[in-house]
Design a protein around this ligand. Structure first.
Ligand SMILES: Cc1cc2nc3c(=O)[nH]c(=O)nc-3n(C[C@H](O)[C@H](O)[C@H](O)COP(=O)(O)OP(=O)(O)OC[C@H]3O[C@@H](n4cnc5c(N)ncnc54)[C@H](O)[C@@H]3O)c2cc1C
Length: 387
């Protein structure tokens, strides 16, 4: 083992790790990427084909530079890899006019409109009657707020991971797949990463282990995250053409309680599961990747349809053609955690999920890679340091 083996070892090659490996290789670093499986795989946070992206990010202005940059990079990746990654179908957000105090975010339509206005992003606040007349399939009641962003859309999440890993390899990165990292230890001017197959030295290490974050992170960071089980459903629709990204925007419908949230994703071009994808959110019961129940019962499907789908949309049948379990890695404040590890500033931990990380992922990877390569980044990672 040479202490100068690699400039950078990336542990975990999901949405975040693939982006770091791609950008770091492009910056000329000698990169080793290690994953316990073969990403994109279905066991962590990056599955189920698509992710919502919005330039007007109601989660806070600190995210805006990252999502803007991510859109630029996806467009570049599309040219480089000949893959379609970003579908700008637009997005509608619907919220309660009187949200319950203590919700995850302030009124999301109001915050989104504010960020759009400050950031020069096109955004239309709509009345419920306007939503109903433009989208007859949405049964929005009169006592809701609503807004539409034309530049919002869907990112092909699994394809984006695949493309970045392929391009990282083309730029010289070494990938070790189906190899689990057992430990990460600082050793003077490098860090040793241990797997059952051996020990690897890197000048820097990035831990981007998604829902497995607590296993390798220092206790002070591990305590700040919690993993929750989420279910994604695909329902058969009466007319497939009416529920594609060419025909309709995505919908984020935020209810009074966090668990009343639903997201509706139209079907992207190029195949995929032939139906509309709809998911909920829950933060009430914690789990971990080893013990999570990955089965979705018929009772769970029926309850979700009756409570969340039928009252809100028409044209969607109760026939669920696919259901998947996916994992959120939530921080205690719902924002990202990207920071130096207390054991060594040669180790960077990266836990940007809380259910909204994908849209920022490639720009976050770029910023982390720039920091390691040059000591600074174009976009400011400071807001994501641990509190
Ligand atoms: C259901 C669902 C819907 C979502 N919707 C959206 C959305 O619409 N818009 C949005 O922006 N975001 C969304 N998100 C969030 C987004 O998907 C996540 O932020 C993102 O996928 C997190 O990626 P990650 O790289 O942190 O984790 P992962 O993609 O899970 O990657 C972690 C990787 O680390 C590897 N690993 C872990 N431990 C080890 C080890 N010891 N050794 C080797 N390898 C290891 C794993 O195998 C895995 O490949 C959603 C998330 C979920 C679950």
């Amino acid at each position: 083992m040479s202490p100068t083996g690699y400039d950078l070892i990336v542990v975990g090659l999901g949405a975040m790790g693939a982006a770091v490996a791609y950008h770091a290789s492009r910056l000329g670093l000698n990169v080793l990427g290690i994953d316990q499986y073969e990403p994109p795989h279905g066991l962590g946070s990056t599955k189920a084909e698509t992710r919502i992206t919005r330039l007007a990010v109601g989660e806070g202005p600190q995210y805006l530079p990252f999502v803007k940059r991510s859109h630029e990079i996806w467009r570049q990746l599309e040219v480089e890899a000949g893959a379609e990654l970003l579908h700008e179908c637009g997005g509608i957000i619907i919220t309660e006019q009187e949200p319950v105090p203590g919700q995850r975010w302030e009124d999301f339509v109001v915050e989104t409109a504010r960020i759009a206005s400050d950031g020069g992003i096109s955004y239309d606040v709509l009345s419920p009657a306007e939503v109903r007349s433009q989208h007859r399939w949405i049964t929005v009641p009169d006592d809701r707020n609503a807004g539409f962003e034309p530049t919002a859309g869907l990112v092909m999440a699994e394809d984006a991971v695949r493309v970045q890993l392929e391009l990282a390899q083309a730029a010289g990165a070494t990938l070790r797949l189906n190899e689990r990292v057992l430990g990460v230890e600082p050793a003077g001017d490098h860090v040793v990463v241990r797997t059952p197959q051996g020990a690897f030295a890197g000048s820097h290490v990035v831990l981007a282990t998604g829902p497995w974050f607590r296993e390798l992170a220092a206790p002070v960071h591990a305590r700040q995250v919690d993993v929750t089980r989420q279910v994604v459903y695909w329902f058969e629709v009466e007319e497939l053409d009416a529920f594609t990204t060419q025909a309709i925007p995505f919908v984020m419908w935020i209810g009074q309680r966090d668990e009343d949230y639903i997201g509706l994703f139209p079907m992207p071009p190029g195949g995929g599961t032939p139906g509309v994808k709809i998911l909920g959110e829950q933060f009430l019961s914690s789990t971990d990747p080893a013990s999570v129940d990955r089965n979705v019962s018929q009772e769970e499907i029926d309850t979700f349809y009756d409570v969340h789908v039928a009252p809100k949309f028409s044209g969607i049948t109760r026939n669920c053609i696919r259901a998947e379990v996916c994992l959120y890695t939530n921080t205690t404040n719902d924002h990202f955690l990207i920071d130096a590890d207390p054991r060594s500033d040669r180790i960077t931990v990266m836990s940007p999920c809380s259910g909204h990380g994908f849209k920022h992922s490639t720009a976050l990877g770029e910023a982390v890679a720039q920091r390691i390569a040059t000591g600074k980044s174009d976009n400011d990672l400071g807001p994501f340091r641990a509190r």
